[in-house]
Structures are given as structure tokens and as C-alpha cells.
Ligand binder design. Structure first.
Ligand code: BG6
Length: 467
């Protein structure tokens, strides 16, 4: 049998990612309204998001650097409250103007914009009226999406609906969301979840109507779940966790149904959402064009006999557990980052293969990367070999996955440039470009190319032929 050559497609979208509130700064400038992030509490010892990397004022310099790195795509999010300061109603022209300029700058440098419509920063005015628990937020999101398609749809070909809806539901408090206050907070969460599915479906439908030729998809955080052992109970626990963490968030947009394990979990937990007549049809009719997903690590779980503590203290990649359903355990075969996240490049390939087999849609990686305490050395040098190592191993596995038939259309690591982490400040750096600031000292915010910048530039230049 002929051996398949292992290589990336010619038009592969080599990119990098950011999100608005983590990179832009200018939190109260040019008419921007408050988001839940702006009013949320920052954990002790870490910076807030007010200045971040000051990308709002330095986007031209940043895009020039992205172009120098050879990026074919740049994945960023639009700040909802720059466009609609109150989330709905009054449009802020200045907000449109900023993203117009950013998109034009990217296009002028031949960088494909990949736009996330909503990345954690829900308008505070909507939150005050119940946020995603209120069905009016669906309409507000739909109108916001319509506005983006109207103004930017002529230039943006790739749209992402909601960043990590699954993490918002599971670890919302850690990610800066405002916690549900009802008598049954879990039911409220799954109600919010259902409304997000509806909002997403409406945006998908609108995008197809308004922007022919554009593509749109969901962007959950996907982590393949390993059972701690071959004990059937552990395998059951892995299935449980995977169903509510991963597949729930793709089964809805792709198949238009709640999977049965997730459904029975919601029944067990007394948190089945109220579903109005017609809701499931709206969800079923909207078909995503691709699946975008963020991957940092796999998860490993064991059976839980009912004694484990609940999940709320975990984060995107640290699983605690839910009594009687699954319990997060360390994987003894994996190393960890300085921030305790397991590193699993082979798990990346396993995740890619699983997604391909389950959903049979093109895949786009919208986040993957290593958060570390980088050190700026004499002469403006950052020797982030550990990041290169992490990315190299993941790209290697992506390449093999492609040779195994996975339809992977792009890879956008987190992050294009240093930015403020969701809950661990600016010291947890991910970027190819160093931003000269500390948690509480803004210094000069100058941009410095890290060693990984030059490495990734070469990878892109040779289309990943050698890694
Ligand atoms: C993802 C988010 O969960 O992980 C990003 O989409 C986030 O917004 C990234 O920054 C890395 O997580 P953290 O907590 O290290 O910033």
C-alpha cells in the first residue's frame, strides 16, 4: 500500500488567538459600556483588565508584528459593549469604527480575520436583567450578531458564536461571570445554557442568510476524558464527564439534541431547563459549517462514591468532580505546566480523531498553548524554549491526525501576544510577543519578540514541513 505523505494543506490557516477584554484595555474609552468582567472582582494579587496589553491603542503595531510572524489568520473577539454599550438598543459608532479599522488592517496584511462574537464579556446591563437566564438576552445577542454581520460580513469569512460555553456553565465564577442567585442555581445555569444554544442557533441561521460564503461554528473547550483505570466504574465516570463537559456542547449545534447522559444528569441534579415549544426546532435547523475548539489538555476521572467535593473550585483544565458522577484525578503519565495544567500532545491527536469521528465536520483549533512565567532577559530576549517544545509536540500530533484523515483547517494557538489570563493575571503568559508590564506596574508596555515568535514564523513559512 502506498504510504500517505504527512503534510499540512496548502491553505492551512496558521494563526494565533486573543480575546477582547484580555488584550484590548481601554475599558471605558470611546463609549464602551461595562461588561460583567469590568464589574467583577479580580482575584487577589493579580491585575484587572482595564489596560491589559493596550492593544486598543497599539493594534497597528501588533498587526504589523503578526504579519511579520507570517500569520495567515488572527482569531480575536469583538467586545459586545463597544458595539452596544448597554448590550441592546443604542449602537456605538466608535465601536464599529475600531473593529472596522482592525479588520482592514488585517486584510491589508493578508491576515484572515476569525471573529468570536462573544468571549465571556457579557454586557453588565443585560446581566442586571438576569443575563443569559433571561430570554431577552437571546434577542440581544441575535441583534448584536446581526449588526456584526451587517458591518463586517463583507470581509469576515470565519465566525465563532460563543467562546467556551461549556466552561462558562461549569466554571463561570472562576472566569469572571456573576453567579446565579436563584433558589436553584444549577437549574438557572442550565437554563442559561439552553438560552445560549438558542442564541447560537439564531446567529448561525442569520450568518448563512446575511453572509453567503461565510462560515460559522461553535467554539467549546474540548478535552478528551480518560478513565483512571480499566475498572468499568471508572469508564462510566469518564463517559459521564465527557457527556456533560464535551459532547453536550457539540451534540446540540450539530445534531440538535441533548445527549441522553447529559439529560439524565440534569434530571438527577434537578436542573432540566424549561424548553419552550419551537426551541428544539430552532436549534435543529441551524447547522454549523465547522467545529472550532480550544484544547489545552485531556482530563482523567475516576468513579466517585458520593464523597467528592463539588466542581466549583476547579478551572478550565482542573477537574474536581461531582459527587456520585465522576471525580477528577491526576494522570501519572503526564507532566504539568507551572500552573498545574497537564500537558498531553498525544491527547490532542486523540481529541482531534474523536471529534472528527463523532461529527464529521471540518475542525479549527482556536486555542492551544502554554501559560508560563516568562523572563525578560538582558537585550530584550525571552528564551521560551518550553513553549516551543509544547507547541512543537502539539503541531506534530495535529500533522499525524491530518494524515489519519482528520479534516483540520487551521491552528490558532493562544495567544498571539501576551495578555491577561482569565484569573491568574499577566504573569501567566502565553504569547509569541512579550508585553513589557507586570501585574501592577504598566512600565512601557513595549512589544518584544520571544524566541517562539521566530520559531513559529519559520513553521508557518515552511507550512509545518519541519518542526
Ligand atoms: C480559555 C479561554 O479557557 O483558556 C481564554 O478561552 C483563556 O480566555 C485561556 O485565557 C487560558 O486560560 P487562562 O485561565 O490561563 O487565562
Amino acid at each position: 500500500m502506498e504510504r500517505k505523505t504527512i503534510s499540512f494543506p496548502k491553505d492551512f490557516l496558521w494563526g494565533a488567538s486573543t480575546s477582547a477584554y484580555q488584550v484590548e484595555g481601554a475599558w471605558n474609552e470611546d463609549g464602551k459600556g461595562l461588561s460583567v468582567i469590568d464589574v467583577g472582582k479580580t482575584p487577589e494579587g493579580v491585575t484587572d483588565f482595564k489596560v491589559a496589553s493596550d492593544h486598543y491603542h497599539r493594534y497597528k503595531e501588533d498587526v504589523a508584528l503578526f504579519a511579520e510572524m507570517g500569520l495567515k489568520a488572527y482569531r480575536f473577539s469583538i467586545s459586545w459593549t463597544r458595539i452596544f454599550p448597554e448590550g441592546a438598543g443604542r449602537l456605538n459608532e466608535k465601536g464599529i469604527e475600531f473593529y472596522d479599522k482592525l479588520i482592514n488592517e488585517l486584510k491589508a496584511h493578508n491576515i484572515e480575520p476569525i471573529v468570536t462574537i462573544y468571549h465571556f464579556d457579557l454586557p453588565y446591563e443585560l446581566q442586571k436583567k438576569g443575563g443569559w437566564a433571561n430570554r431577552e438576552t437571546i434577542e440581544a445577542y441575535e441583534n448584536y450578531a446581526r449588526t456584526l454581520f451587517k458591518y463586517f460580513g463583507d470581509r469576515v469569512k470565519y465566525w465563532l458564536t460563543i467562546n467556551e460555553q461549556n466552561m462558562v456553565v461549569m466554571y463561570g465564577a472562576v472566569l469572571g461571570m456573576i453567579e446565579a442567585k436563584s433558589d436553584n442555581p444549577k437549574k438557572e445555569l442550565y437554563q442559561q445554557n439552553h438560552h445560549m444554544f438558542l442564541a447560537q442557533a439564531k446567529a448561525i441561521k442569520l450568518c448563512h442568510e446575511m453572509c453567503p460564503g461565510a462560515k460559522i461554528g461553535p467554539a467549546p473547550n474540548i478535552a478528551y476524558v480518560y478513565p483512571a483505570s480499566s475498572k468499568p466504574e471508572d469508564v462510566l465516570a469518564a463517559q459521564n464527564f465527557s457527556s456533560i463537559r464535551n459532547w453536550l456542547y457539540l451534540d446540540l449545534p450539530v445534531f440538535g439534541r441533548y445527549n441522553s447522559v447529559a439529560w439524565s444528569y440534569m434530571e438527577r441534579e434537578n436542573c432540566v431547563p424549561d424548553i419552550e415549544e419551537g426551541d428544539m426546532n430552532i436549534i435543529k435547523e441551524a447547522k454549523p459549517d465547522f467545529i472550532a475548539f480550544n484544547y489545552y489538555s485531556t482530563a482523567t476521572v475516576a468513579w466517585d462514591d458520593g464523597t467528592s467535593s463539588s466542581n466549583s473550585t476547579g478551572d478550565q483544565q482542573i477537574v474536581i468532580g461531582e459527587p456520585g458522577f465522576y471525580k477528577g484525578v491526576a494522570n501519572p503519565h503526564l507532566e504539568k505546566t507551572q500552573f498545574g495544567w497537564e500537558i498531553d500532545p498525544l491527547g490532542f491527536r486523540i481529541t482531534l480523531r474523536e471529534l472528527h469521528d463523532r461529527y464529521n465536520l471540518p475542525l479549527l483549533v482556536t486555542e492551544n498553548g502554554l501559560g508560563a512565567y516568562d523572563k525578560l532577559e538582558e537585550g530584550d530576549v525571552v528564551n521560551d524554549d518550553y513553549r516551543i517544545e509544547y507547541l512543537r509536540k502539539h503541531i506534530e500530533q495535529a500533522k499525524i491526525a491530518i494524515s489519519e484523515g482528520v479534516n483540520l483547517i487551521g491552528y490558532c494557538p493562544w495567544s498571539a501576544i501576551d495578555l491577561v489570563s482569565t484569573h491568574q493575571g499577566i504573569s501567566k503568559r502565553y504569547g509569541f510577543i512579550y508585553v513589557n508590564r507586570d501585574e501592577f506596574d504598566l512600565k512601557d508596555l513595549r512589544r518584544i519578540k520571544k524566541k517562539s515568535f521566530y520559531w513559529y514564523k519559520n513553521v508557518i513559512a515552511i507550512n509545518g514541513e519541519e518542526l
